[in-house]
Ligand binder design. Structure first.
Ligand code: PA5
Length: 445
């Protein structure tokens, strides 16, 4: 199960009548949320609407699993991709581990870590998965050029068996390159944007290679789809979107995601990209200038109780904090008694997971008592099924927020412009006008 506890969402109320205001607001917003659901449903058939991520959990993962089984010789997988082409798999691989290959992500292009990574890997047992929907992103292409050279030098003609390409079925330079060399390849559906692509081969292939139960991830994601199609009273993505939207309207313009789990420590990075790229927009859908978007921020409990929580509780009233907790540990440790440390008797015999859960509950209350709105997403366990559910829930939340803010949540013109300036600075043909602008502004690499 994935459940949401909204008891602390009303920053104006603590005590027995907490939640009353939220119920009133939810009732008032129900027609609008229903409209949002219908609008998303109506646009699903339009490839331009970029809603292909909704159907991804229905896809049969067999081709990916077959490929992963045949590639079991690979002890290490070098995943070359950035942004939406890396963050989902990275977060889930960190959370779910797996008995398969070790994944290494190259997203940034800082030479020292990249060189160290190549130095530490054996090309004979390494598979390179290059992932770029557009098939052009400079960071990924640069890493791919290096990886090709590294493989060729070590393996000669056998390099081809060590490369698998994930890209658009037609666009970009990777698809023809894969065809030319007869490389294994998978497609990113054209109507799925990068940050919504974790349940396409972008995320699922590396995860399958790492031995993660991708079928369970998809089963979980289907639960979020079912929830998002229900009436508002039972539609959790619509409800959390409303909570986020109202927080923004009331001045809580920073949206914190704080899982109480080290295994989920990389989840906020994925969420930050999802919300920032989808909702940080200059214009609404009618073309009016709006400059809106909650600023997403990551934290990890209990670690950040000793850091950011001070700011969350006593700093500006500008944050909505969302906790993610799981109800059951897969493995727990009992705290032993120790003579001479009787001051710790309150811990003796308790389990580590009980302590973690107490920390989470205490922090949520400490924020609520200081009239800081927060809510908690509860997962039964931090396993593939529930994480699949959670990620798809957050994608739906983003889509609903796009409707509430009336912005296109599926484009990223600011990110694209940054890519184009980079191409211009490096002299890529076709970008002469931007290059001239950069020259006038005195910008150099
Ligand atoms: O969400 C997005 O669209 C972006 O973050 C992209 O995923 C990122 O820029 C990488 O693009 P590509 O997969 O085309 O290399």
């Amino acid at each position: 199960m994935l459940q949401v506890d909204f008891a602390n969402i009303d920053s104006s109320r603590v005590g027995p009548d907490r939640g009353v205001e939220w119920e009133r607001e939810l009732a008032a917003a129900t027609p609008r949320l229903r409209e949002a659901r219908e609008a998303l449903e109506a646009r699903r058939g339009d490839p331009e609407a970029m809603l292909g991520w909704i159907r991804l959990p229905e896809a049969d993962p067999a081709p990916l699993l077959d490929y992963a089984a045949a590639a079991s010789w690979a002890r290490d997988v070098l995943v070359l991709g950035i942004g939406g082409s890396a963050l989902g798999a990275r977060a889930l691989a960190a959370a779910l581990g797996g008995a398969g290959a070790r994944l290494h992500f190259v997203d940034n292009v800082e030479p020292e870590p990249v060189a160290a990574l190549f130095d530490g890997l054996d090309p004979r047992t390494t598979l390179v998965n290059v992932i770029s929907k557009s098939g052009t992103t400079a960071e990924t292409m640069a890493a791919f050029l290096l990886a090709l050279d590294w493989l060729r030098r070590a393996l000669g003609d056998d390099w081809k068996r060590h490369v698998v390409v994930t890209t658009d079925p037609e666009k970009g330079i990777l698809r023809p390159f894969a065809a030319r060399h007869d490389l294994a390849s998978f497609a990113v559906p054209p109507d799925v944007g990068g940050r919504f692509s974790v349940f396409s081969p972008v995320g699922l292939l590396p995860l399958a290679l790492a031995g993660v139960d991708v079928a369970a991830l998809l089963r979980g994601a289907r639960q979020a789809n079912a929830s998002a199609a229900r009436e508002v009273a039972e539609n959790l993505p619509a409800q959390t979107a409303l909570a986020q939207y109202l927080a923004w309207r009331k001045g809580q313009r920073i949206s914190v995601l704080m899982p109480y789990s080290s295994r989920l420590a990389l989840l906020p990075a994925w969420f930050v990209q999802l919300h920032a790229e989808s909702l940080g927009k200059a214009y609404d859908r009618s073309g009016s200038r709006v400059h809106l978007g909650p600023t997403p921020l990551g934290a990890v409990g209990a670690t950040d109780q000793h850091s950011q929580v001070q700011l969350f509780r006593e700093g500006p009233f500008d944050k909505l904090v969302v906790f993610v907790r799981h109800r059951q540990a897969d493995r727990d440790l009992e705290l032993p008694a120790e003579e001479g440390l009787e001051e710790l008797a309150y811990l003796f015999g308790k389990s580590l997971f009980t302590l973690l859960s107490a920390e989470a509950a205490a922090t949520a209350h400490a924020l609520a008592a200081a009239r800081r709105p927060n809510y908690t997403i509860f997962l039964d366990r931090a396993d593939a099924f529930h994480l699949g559910w959670l990620l798809q829930h957050l994608m739906w939340q983003t889509a609903y927020l796009g409707e509430l803010f009336d912005v296109n949540a599926f484009d990223q013109p600011g990110v694209e412009l940054g890519k184009q300036y980079t191409y211009a600075l490096l002299g890529r043909p076709g970008y002469e006008e931007l290059a001239a602008e950069l020259k006038r502004a005195g910008v150099k690499p």
